[in-house]
Design a protein around this ligand. Structure first.
Ligand SMILES: Cc1ncc(COP(=O)(O)O)c(C=O)c1O
Length: 456
């Protein structure tokens, strides 16, 4: 397939500076009627109307390149026609069935088991619950507690796992946690190997990883660590909200070794990094790790339809019927879209495309890093790339304001790029995976020009 046909051909094309007149009106109306917690439009005053592939049009007729994919919800592109055909066909027939079987449901489950990471491949069970990523995280932790009859859970610094009570309990970012403590009991955070910014002041990736693994091992095995043997360790294979933090190669294997030795359930949260984003179906595959449970959401609904689930080793399949429920565990439209998305990716070798685009983009971004004073770090796998802004490359003091300024200048020129990182100083480059080389280069060119001008 010629991926060029999947996008608006004129992107980027700005006819009026955003927010244009129609956008202003709609933004004002939203501010009037929706709650104050609405967030994204306060960072980017943008009113989308129609999306296609890696491009998106606003209500005033501006066309943008989308480098954010709804934070990995639209890995297969906005309104992907191949997937839409399947979803619309299903919608006309039947849209909700609780967990009664349907062809679409079985199609998706069989495909997920076929593409599962590590030892789960071809040999796993799947269960759906509520439609969000947080629901999947809740389910994974419940399953681990049920199987181990233990309570405590270990998570990592820099992690993000969602907003519901248990998911928030294992989320490290303090701004989300404060006002709600105590959250779930017996949750402890261990250091994640952020090789650019870690508590050990350790730049060497191997050493940083070893220190983190030692801390985890000590937490679980030392008689006086204060930490009870956990039900689960939950870990992102690459941290997303944390700022695209890519662990050194041995880290996840080390975590797996410690989990196995101590009979602890290893939950790998693939919600943001999974479903092709890194050039493999699941990010944990890069590290040869064997999860006990993985969580999936975001792009699993094919074209942005809400769906989430967990996939786990058969030996953990001990819940009796009805032990884990959720009214929206039966969204067959999302399931049919999810199955079609996997078929689409396999048919057109999307994962190889992602790897090519990722490598090409990393070269361009690394050049930007050497040219620009405030680009401290560039890291990525596939199309999951972080660009970290600092006030000074020596001290690495985070610079959130410049990241925000770059985002808003990019918007004015037709590029949507979202931020991240605990300090809010990381730009996340994560376009729909169907993006063409031409669009990728145009987007990066905008970013480069904006950075150059912002540095003045
Ligand atoms: C790794 C990870 N886990 C869980 C979640 C929570 O998903 P949701 O926002 O759908 O509840 C997110 C959301 O960004 C995520 O990135």
């Amino acid at each position: 397939m010629d991926f060029r046909k999947l996008h608006f051909s004129d992107a980027p094309n700005m006819v009026v500076e955003p927010p244009g007149p129609k956008a202003k009106e709609i933004l004002a109306e939203q501010a009037e009627i929706e709650g104050n917690a609405v967030y994204y439009p306060k960072v980017l005053p943008f009113v989308p109307e129609e999306g296609l592939g890696a491009t998106i049009r606003d209500v005033d007729g501006n066309t943008y390149i989308d480098f954010s994919s709804g934070v990995s919800v639209l890995n297969f592109g906005h309104a992907n026609p191949y997937i839409l055909k399947s979803a619309i066909g299903q919608l006309k027939k039947l849209s909700h069935t609780l967990d009664f079987p349907t062809a679409a449901r079985n199609d998706l489950v069989k495909r997920l088991i076929r593409i599962a990471p590590g030892n789960l491949r071809g040999n796993a069970k799947v269960i759906f619950g509520g439609p969000t990523g947080s629901d999947a995280v809740e389910a994974a932790i419940k399953l681990a507690k049920f199987n181990t009859k233990r309570l405590s859970v270990l998570a990592f610094t820099g992690s993000y796992h969602g907003q519901t009570n248990m998911a928030l309990s294992v989320t490290a970012e303090k701004k989300y946690r404060e006002h709600y403590s105590p959250l779930g009991p017996e949750v402890h955070f261990l250091p994640y190997p952020n090789t650019y910014r870690n508590q050990f002041g350790e730049d060497d990736p191997k050493r940083c990883s070893e220190l983190c693994i030692n801390a985890l091992e000590n937490a679980i095995e030392s008689p006086d660590s204060g930490i009870l043997t956990p039900a689960a360790i939950i870990v992102e294979p690459i941290q997303g909200e944390g700022g695209i933090i890519i662990p050194p190669d041995g880290f996840l294997k080390g975590v797996e070794r410690i989990a196995r030795k101590n009979g602890v359930t290893l939950i790998i949260d693939e919600i943001q990094a999974g479903l092709g984003r890194t050039g493999k179906w699941f990010a944990s595959e890069h590290y040869g790790v064997n999860p006990d449970v993985i969580t999936m959401a975001k792009s699993i609904g094919g074209v942005g339809l809400p769906l989430s689930g967990i996939m786990y080793r058969k030996k953990l399949d001990t819940w009796p019927p009805g032990a884990h429920l959720g009214t929206f565990r039966g969204d067959v439209v999302a399931m049919s879209a999810g199955a079609a998305a996997i078929d689409f990716a396999e048919k057109y070798d999307l994962l190889a495309h992602v790897r090519d685009m990722g490598e090409h983009s990393m070269k361009i971004l690394n050049d930007m890093k050497s040219e620009r004073k405030y680009v401290g770090d560039v890291r990525g796998k596939g199309l999951f790339i972080g660009v970290e802004m600092v006030k000074d490359k020596g001290t690495r003091v985070p610079w959130k304001e410049i990241a925000n300024k770059i985002q808003s200048e990019c918007l004015k020129r037709g590029l949507i790029v979202w931020g991240g990182g605990g300090y809010g100083n990381v730009l996340r480059i994560m376009p729909p995976l169907t993006i063409t080389k031409e669009l990728m280069e145009k987007g990066l060119q905008i970013l480069s020009e904006v950075m150059k001008e912002t540095e003045k």
